[in-house]
Design a protein around this ligand. Structure first.
Ligand code: MG
Length: 387
């Protein structure tokens, strides 16, 4: 038996982290969990540590339970990402906090199985440069990018005419524009096909998630923005398409489960049997449908793709402003319809600068958070009338 590959899981108690541990439980002859980190869920982490006994355990914030010798603080992400026993780093951290861990892992020559899309959105060329420099590799865990990677299967980028990324359309696909603007938190958290954490579920409802995925695809596959399209596919069975220059189109399909793209990110470019994944039954699917995105009803898509096209710091500003706006919506200080207003105002206020270091990304991220956090609803006032 060849040596097992060590896996560090950043964000092990979240939806992707727990799915990864289910995959590892079935693939124990190939992989071993060597490092686990959680943001603040100490109870969930303790249960995982008791089951897996990893060499390294880290908690980003909150108290470490008594009689546990875990590491604590923001540095645990870097320590886990560069752990000597880790061959693969599964980065499932939520938000821009995942970028420095990805860079550290790539510099250390690790494979990064990337579920933190903010890494490429905020880091862009910094990340692809770190992979080249350190000899590490970047393999997507996101179902759409995993699908594209599988369709490309080593083909040259000159062979590709278009990437077509599918979107479920989220819970408001069929709602009127007015109803969407006033949607409540529990409406937005009711995703039709995927069970995920709160941040990404809101991003799926606004389609910000799809904008982040377009930017991510641009960096991962080196395809220009005018050759990346989005189509709504409510069943979430086709995970994306690649159209080649001869007009041939490949798609990757499967019932919606993150365990398949997680497994593929761990084993790529190989495939291994896995008894835990449901067998595909085309008859049971009955029908697959596709429709155009309602761009006016979901302005976060165009705002994000435009930020990607502008490049520089604009994607990081978009991402940070969105993180703040989503948090404000979840706590009740913004309406759903105000999320794009906050993000557009923050992009207008900060413009786009060149970003050439992690410090520069951190700086612009913080400035965008400050601007988005200070955004106020414009209320009617006498000066409006006089102006
Ligand atoms: Mg996705």
């Amino acid at each position: 038996m060849t040596a097992r590959q060590g896996v560090a899981i950043l964000g092990s108690t979240g939806s992707i982290g727990t799915s990864t541990l289910r995959v590892l439980a079935r693939q124990q002859e190939r992989f071993i969990a060597v490092a686990l980190t959680a943001n603040a869920n100490a109870a969930g982490l303790a249960a995982q540590v008791d089951a897996w006994n990893p060499a390294y355990v880290g908690l980003v914030q909150g108290p470490v339970p008594p009689n546990r010798t875990w590491q604590r603080g923001a540095r645990v992400l870097i320590e886990a990402a560069t752990h000597p026993q880790a061959d693969i780093v599964l980065n499932a951290v939520v938000g821009a906090a995942g970028l420095s861990a990805t860079l550290a892992a790539l510099d250390a020559g690790k494979r990064v199985a990337l579920a933190n899309k903010e890494t490429l959105v905020c880091g862009g060329a910094l990340v692809t440069d770190a992979a080249r420099r350190g000899g590490g590799s970047l393999v997507p865990v996101d179902s759409e990018h995993s699908a594209i990677l599988q369709c490309l299967a080593g083909r040259r980028s000159e062979d590709v005419r278009r990437l077509i990324i599918t979107a479920s359309g989220g819970p408001f696909r069929t709602w009127s524009d007015d109803a969407i603007a006033g949607a409540r938190v529990d409406d937005a958290l009711r995703h039709p096909t995927w069970r995920m954490g709160h941040k990404i579920t809101i991003d799926s409802a606004t389609l910000a998630n799809k904008a982040l995925e377009v930017i991510e695809a641009h960096h991962l596959f080196g395809v220009p923005y005018d050759r990346i399209e989005v189509v709504v596919h409510p069943q979430s069975i086709v995970h994306s398409f690649v159209e080649f220059v001869d007009g041939s189109v490949l798609a990757q399909m499967g019932t919606p489960s993150m365990e398949l793209p997680i497994l593929f990110a761990l084993t790529w470019p190989e495939r291994v049997p896995d008894a835990g994944l449901a067998s595909f039954d085309p008859v049971a699917l009955q029908s697959l449908s596709f429709e155009a995105v309602r761009r006016d009803a979901f302005p976060m898509l165009a705002l994000g793709v435009d930020a990607g096209r502008r490049g520089g710091s604009a994607p990081a500003v978009y991402n940070a402003a969105n993180e703040v706006a989503v948090a404000r919506f979840l706590e009740g200080s913004l309406t759903f319809g105000e999320i794009p207003s906050v993000v557009a105002a923050t992009l207008d206020a900060l413009g786009s600068l060149t970003v050439s270091s992690l410090e520069a990304v951190r700086d612009i991220d913080q400035r965008a958070r400050d601007v988005a956090g200070a955004w106020q609803r414009r209320t009617f006032s006498f000066s409006d009338v006089m102006a």
